[in-house]
Design a protein around this ligand. Structure first.
Ligand SMILES: [Zn+2]
Length: 438
């Protein structure tokens, strides 16, 4: 609307100018090279305008002819790019949908149309992975290492591949490179803490863990839990290497971080007792026991007693039971000590109480032991052993990742290599979802 009004105003001015020019008297005479041209002023102006118009048209035509091929090339490039990005998008959608064939097809098309390796390499690698072609995926991931902007993504792809085929040494190498490349990135920090620990590099794992917490790759509680696990292992290897001071220090740090952590308390108490500090050992076990009674703490309670005579041990377990009079673990501990001290009545009394609250295999095993100690092998022992077989299994140290049971707690599962996955669980109970950070 505005445009047409403007057009009519322009037209009006032009017509008015033409009329005014036509009404002007006078003529224009040009004399040049022996020619004389004599025209009315209006016509002279009209001819001049016409000449200017023709020159402008010629100039535009000349420019179009000169820039033609370039403009056409630009249009062709734009079309190619557009098709390339469309193929890239379709490829990503196919990856998300799990359509390996389509992903591969679109990836190849995007690669041929786009000159952007950072984008097309990743899609090609993902398409190859989806097809189960690990070799091709590796090639693409390795090609990504050659470019700064894709190096970290390539390392992540290679690390995940190494983890899938169980090659922890290669995975550790990639995680270290990724961490060095991008110290503030979260996943390399979390992966490195786990892989260093899985390789038994407790000190390296410890500093990786600190970095992971700094980058917020791990929350505070998880980091604290894992740190305590590392310190327990650190303490065990220091003790095995004949460095009792370092062992004690690491165990104390683990216990301070997580007093409810049974292996930490048991380790610290044993080390204290071994260095003659029986009072301190008892205090550690008491503190842990109050948080949660546990058969490993009950075992350490006996081992760290200053006097090891059977009757002394019965007294010591009576003190443990006094801390938590309803604990089946305390009743079983006291019963086992009473059997060794040949106090059959005391043993039976406490096993009866354990059966009432916790009729598990461990309780029936002690009843069989009591019958054997008191009367020798016989039908009574067999009857209790039959109950052992049919009773509820006792909880044990089970890996939350692979479900394998372990006699002792370890920071790293010897069956599947995962870190900080072993916890006190009842066999057959549902495992928690895998909490791997990789
Ligand atoms: Zn495992």
């Amino acid at each position: 609307m505005k445009k047409s009004i403007l057009f009519f105003i322009k037209l009006g001015i032009l017509v008015a100018a033409a009329v005014w020019l036509a009404q002007q008297p006078g003529r224009m005479t040009v004399e040049w090279l022996g020619y004389v041209i004599d025209l009315p002023v209006a016509l002279a102006f009209a001819i001049m305008l016409l000449i200017m118009g023709v020159v402008a048209l010629l100039y535009r035509f000349w420019r179009a002819v000169r820039g033609g091929p370039q403009a056409m090339g630009r249009r062709r490039d734009a079309r190619k790019r557009e098709q390339g990005y469309r193929a890239l998008t379709q490829g990503m959608v196919a990856v998300a949908a799990g359509d390996a064939e389509a992903a591969k097809r679109h990836a190849a098309k995007a690669e041929s149309l786009l000159d952007e390796p950072p984008l097309t390499l990743l899609l090609s690698a993902q398409a190859a992975q989806l097809q189960g072609d690990d070799g091709a995926a590796t090639t693409y991931f390795k090609a990504m290492l050659n470019r700064k902007e894709t190096e970290l993504l390539g390392l992540r792809g290679l690390l995940n591949q190494a983890m899938r085929r169980g090659d922890r040494a290669a995975a550790l190498d990639y995680a270290r490179r990724a961490q060095a490349l991008h110290p503030k990135a979260q996943w390399p920090a979390a992966a490195l803490a786990e892989l260093e620990a899985a390789s038994g590099n407790w000190l390296e794992a410890d500093s990786a863990l600190a970095r992971a917490q700094k980058t917020k790759a791990l929350d505070k509680d998880t980091a604290r839990h894992r740190r305590a696990a590392l310190l327990i292992e650190e303490s065990r290897s220091a003790a095995a290497a004949g460095r009792p001071e370092a062992a004690l220090q690491a165990a104390q740090s683990a216990f301070d971080l997580d007093p409810a952590r049974v292996p930490a308390a048991a380790q610290l108490a044993r080390l204290r007792a071994a260095s003659g500090q029986h009072g301190k050992a008892t205090k550690v076990l008491e503190q842990a026991w109050r948080l949660a009674p546990h058969p490993d703490l009950a075992a350490a309670w006996g081992e760290t007693a200053p006097k090891q005579q059977p009757l002394d041990l019965v007294k010591r377990y009576e003190a443990l039971l006094a801390l938590s009079p309803t604990s089946a673990d305390a009743h079983r501990g006291l019963a086992a000590a009473a059997i060794k001290a040949r106090l059959w009545g005391v043993a039976r009394n406490h096993l009866d109480q354990a059966v009432a609250t916790d009729p598990t295999a461990a309780t029936y095993r002690l009843l069989a032991e009591l019958a054997r100690a008191e009367h020798g092998e016989g039908p009574q022992v067999s009857a209790w052993l039959a109950r052992v077989a049919s009773a509820d299994p006792d909880p044990t140290w089970i890996c939350g990742n692979c479900g394998v049971a372990h006699e002792q707690w370890h920071a790293v599962c010897s069956a599947c290599g995962s870190f900080d996955s072993i916890a006190w669980r009842k066999p057959g109970a549902a495992l928690p979802p895998a909490a791997s950070s990789l």
